[in-house]
Design a protein. Structure first.
Length: 237
């Protein structure tokens, strides 16, 4: 590479970094723990989920003390969550528009996720869209209405699910900023999610957990997977 070309590469603006080297986050993103925490807590998604967790946990405790059944329900939700995460990512976030009687059927959630893949370092598309949070109280109310005779266990399940959802938001946020905790678990989750974005979007569907990929065979060795057309375009190939 000539010295002039090296100089040109060093002069690339931070906003253009992803176009030239997608695996390298722009310099404008959080690069320290304190910056990461401030940015995460400033976004409505994190504190909305945290608020729902507090309300649901408070209701559960108001309805009576916890017991061994609550522990079993919590374990069941934790065991199911990686599968749930995998299914949502595959069938909802990566939903492809369909033609039905000449009309295109599409939804806002996969639209925002496609924007996220097209612009992976843009914080605007990293977090769960607000309309999902606005419908959460309705979903909780419907679950409680359907399971009212077992409302205590239902609320325990909802609380644990929301806690795992908050953790999901944190891990996904980490995958799209330069800083990551010095813990092997988080570093692996970040690495695999970046494979999903920058190697092949047909693999590594898990975000906060990787068990779903192991169960369904979608976490191969990265060297065994060719770069997909979508990620090739991100790289400018």
């Amino acid at each position: 590479m000539s010295s002039d070309r090296r100089h040109d590469r060093t002069m690339i603006a931070a906003s253009e970094t992803a176009k030239h080297n997608p695996m390298r986050p722009p310099d404008t993103l959080p690069r320290t723990r304190s910056e990461a925490l401030r940015t995460f807590m400033r976004h409505p998604s994190g504190w909305l989920i945290a608020l729902y967790v507090l309300i649901c946990a408070g209701l559960r405790l108001h309805w009576g003390p916890l017991n061994w059944r609550d522990a079993l329900v919590a374990l069941a939700i934790v065991a199911y969550f990686p599968v749930n995460e995998w299914l949502i990512h595959v069938f909802m976030l990566h939903y492809k528009p369909r033609q039905v009687f000449g009309r295109t059927i599409d939804f806002y959630l996969p639209v925002t996720h496609r924007r996220h893949h097209a612009d992976p370092w843009n914080p605007r598309w990293v977090f769960i869209p607000r309309h999902i949070h606005y419908t959460t109280p309705i979903t909780i109310a419907l679950i409680l209405w359907a399971l009212w005779p077992w409302k205590e266990l239902a609320m325990s399940a909802i609380t644990v699910y929301l806690l795992l959802g908050l953790h999901y938001e944190w891990v996904h946020f980490l995958a799209h900023i330069p800083w990551c905790p010095n813990l092997a678990y988080y570093q692996r989750r970040v690495r695999e999610h970046r494979y999903h974005h920058f190697r092949n979007e047909n693999y590594w569907w898990g975000v906060s957990m990787g068990l779903g990929d192991r169960l369904f065979g979608t976490a191969p060795k990265v060297e065994d997977v060719n770069r997909s057309g979508t990620t090739a375009r991100l790289h400018g190939d």
